[in-house]
Design a binder for this molecule. Structure first.
Ligand code: PLP
Length: 373
């Protein structure tokens, strides 16, 4: 049977991985500066993570949310400790789109409204509501187009604030726009928008699916300010490759039996992956590492010519060029064995594991320098 052919793929079969290194079936080694799309937070095949999963699956891998799953509570405790968010509650699910879908649904349950404000260039996932707040016509089908969505320009603060009114169900921002090209929302905008939401009874949602979990040098990217979102969505780095996602929901939004639900979300194995990730982030100071090595990365990039702009925070970096980067990206992979990501045609997107080493950044800078000269 053939696969449903929707992905553009490189003809490379990776069979082994460790930290930021990958090996293909012919023994060729690669450097992973893409982290499987920001998913690999603590590095590939981390021994603590592997052991935790093996230990857990030998005990019990799955049971539904009809019983006590102690691992959910341990995960929640560790999340409070690392994120510092004491007044939010945790709901666990399986993917980023599902987290956003649930966040919007919850907002609408909370205030009974429908209007959603999202940003131009946004990406929030591919399920019905998540894709409707994603600013990309190409991935939206007719059936996704009946929702009440307004797209605003991230730079137009007045437009955004004026749109938040008594009919607004929720406003949603990405911590940093990833697919849209590594754009960081201004802190004063976020704070003003949150204040207006509070005034008119709208829900403020922060999508930290790509930018969260220590990647930016804070546990969540917005935590360099006093902003406190009503709902925060998380996925990607949360399970280091094990499908695990979640919502942090402020105390002001009330839970009722049956309001949200999922078969797989929060199972024993997924939670063990999540617990192991948080253990490693804490024990190996990976948030601090993201900050420090992010700064080093920026400094090294600044010394290169032919770069139009460098944007980002910590280890979520966009390198913009004034030429199309397809060949550059292919050459980095084929000639230098380095995986990178992209945002559109002109921007290289760098999303390495958070325990990347300085020498590995140097390898990339050296390769990029060769390709740009
Ligand atoms: C900011 C953001 N939100 C949501 C999603 C969707 O996550 P998933 O692919 O797990 O559904 C992504 C995925 O790239 C993302 O970057």
């Amino acid at each position: 049977m053939n696969l449903f052919d929707v992905y553009s793929i490189y003809p490379i079969e990776i069979i082994k991985a460790h930290r930021s290194e990958l090996w293909d079936k012919d023994g060729q080694k690669y450097l992973d500066l893409y982290g499987g799309h920001a998913v690999i937070s603590i590095g590939h095949t981390h021994p603590h993570y592997n052991n935790k999963l093996i230990e857990q699956i030998n005990k019990i891998g799955f049971y539904s949310n009809s019983i006590i799953i102690k691992e959910q509570h341990i995960l929640a405790e560790k999340l409070i400790e690392l994120s510092g968010l004491k007044n939010h509650k945790l709901f666990l699910c399986n993917s980023g789109a599902e987290a956003n879908e649930n966040a919007l649904k919850l907002a609408s349950f909370h205030n009974g409204r429908k209007k959603i404000i999202a940003m131009k260039n946004s990406f929030h996932g591919r399920t019905s509501l998540a894709v409707s707040i994603t600013d990309d016509e190409k991935i939206s089908a007719e059936i996704n187009k009946n929702h009440d969505i307004i797209f605003c320009n991230l730079n137009n603060h007045d437009e955004i604030i004026n749109q938040i009114d008594e009919n607004t169900c929720a406003i949603i921002f990405e911590g940093i726009q990833g697919v849209g090209g590594i754009h960081i929302p201004a802190r004063e905008l976020l704070i003003k928008a949150k204040e207006k939401c509070k005034r008119v009874g709208a829900v403020f949602i922060m999508d930290e699916i790509q930018s969260g979990y220590g990647r930016t040098g804070n546990f969540f990217s917005f935590q360099d300010s006093e902003l406190m979102p009503d709902i925060i969505t998380m996925a990607k780095g949360m399970g280091n490759g094990f499908p695990l996602a979640g919502l942090l929901i402020s105390d002001k939004i009330e839970a009722k039996k049956g309001l949200l639900g999922t078969t797989f979300g929060g199972n024993h194995l997924a939670c063990s992956a999540g617990i192991a990730v948080l253990d490693v982030i804490k024990n190996e100071n990976l948030i601090e590492n993201s900050k420090r090595l992010g700064e080093y990365f920026f400094d090294q990039l600044k010394s290169l010519k032919k770069i139009k702009e460098i944007r980002g925070m910590g280890l979520m970096i966009g390198i913009e060029f004034d030429f199309e980067i397809k060949n550059l990206r292919d050459n980095l992979l084929i000639k230098h064995g380095i995986f990178t990501g992209f945002s559109g045609k002109y921007i290289l997107r760098i999303l390495p594991p958070l325990n990347i080493k300085k020498e590995e950044i140097d390898l990339f800078i050296h390769a990029l320098n060769i390709e740009l000269n």
